[in-house]
Design a protein around this ligand. Structure first.
Ligand code: UTP
Length: 297
């Protein structure tokens, strides 16, 4: 029988080497997207999907993550003196809405290892995993869509998205059978295959729901692709034991993990802000000489 999903784990302990030196002393999840750190979008999605308890797996720059989701009494007293109560309210909201906990992954041994750090906190409940460097924007929120699917089909639920053949080497790739237009019964998963070895172009992206059996599978998983303990390899071990579904979510995903995707995400999300859109468009048109793609004009 399915259970309520009220807990989410957000791994944010990776080294973020593709964004160095910006990530030398702070996690990439704290880099700003328009006016807030990337991880705040992820926490907002969790809360609007009904999550009440969030565990953030931290590494370097733990302090900045903890401070961001805490009250800032010094800042508030300065703002109060300036009659900026609305700003204080907005800052307080960041720290409210869910209980946020932190645990440290002592060594960045891979995403699977990071998720396994949540074992004691999660115990024997099903839970969500949301990658802190993947922003999903949709209505209803992508995680809520997945929770609704989990209620109908308990098991492992993996968000998937079609990617061009030359990008399969950047993702975990699933193969399986379509049950509906959006739901796939996954029969196999492979981490970062080259295009000629990829069983499909359906890539695993940063949202998952797991039953607690994933922890046993993670404990049995040894280092795989890139010398890291891969979450994909642990999910693979659950085949035959727990149903595994791929879910083509409704909405858009923004990966902030590379320089180009970090920049394009900032531009695209800024264009979605009514207070920034017109001035930004004028700037962009001016910069490239009025040749903006029609989708942006
Ligand atoms: P990535 O592979 O995209 O992140 O992991 P990375 O290793 O930080 O980045 P690069 O490739 O060196 O630039 C996906 C997510 O898993 C977390 C990351 O923080 C990111 O949110 N992660 C990864 C951990 O928490 N621990 C790890 O050991 C590895």
């Amino acid at each position: 029988m399915s259970q309520k999903i009220s807990r989410a784990v957000i791994p944010a302990a990776g080294l973020g080497t593709r964004l160095l030196p910006a990530t030398k002393s702070q996690p990439k999840e704290m880099l700003p997207i328009v006016d807030r750190p990337a991880i705040q979008y992820v926490v907002e999605e969790a809360i609007s999907s009904g999550i009440e308890d969030i565990l953030i797996i931290t590494g370097r720059g733990k302090r900045s993550l903890e401070d961001h989701f805490d009250y800032s009494i010094e800042l508030e007293s300065v703002l109060a003196a300036k009659d900026a109560d609305h700003v204080i309210d907005a800052l307080r909201k960041i720290a409210e809405g869910a209980d946020i906990f932190f645990i440290r992954q002592k060594e960045p041994k891979g995403l699977g290892h990071a998720v396994n750090c949540a074992h004691k906190h999660i115990g024997k409940e099903p839970f969500a995993v949301m990658l802190g460097d993947d922003i999903f924007l949709s209505e209803p929120p992508a995680l809520q869509q997945m929770i609704e699917l989990y209620q109908r089909r308990p098991g492992v639920i993996i968000a998937i998205q079609e990617v061009p053949a030359d990008q399969t080497r950047l993702y975990g790739i699933v193969s399986g059978e379509a049950l509906t237009q959006d739901v796939f019964q996954v029969s196999d998963l492979i981490e970062k295959p080259d295009a000629d070895k990829a069983p499909s172009n359906l890539a695993i992206v940063g949202r998952y729901i797991f039953p607690p059996e994933i922890f046993q599978a993670l404990q049995q998983t040894t280092a795989g692709s890139g010398g890291e303990i891969q979450l994909t390899d642990a999910i693979r071990k659950l085949r035959g034991e727990v149903p595994i579904y791929g879910y083509r979510f409704l909405g858009k995903r923004y990966d902030i993990g590379s320089r180009l995707s970090y920049l394009t995400t900032n531009i695209e999300l800024a264009l979605q802000r009514p207070e920034l859109r017109d001035d930004l468009l004028v700037f962009l048109k001016d910069l490239i000489g009025e040749k903006l793609p029609t989708s942006l004009t």
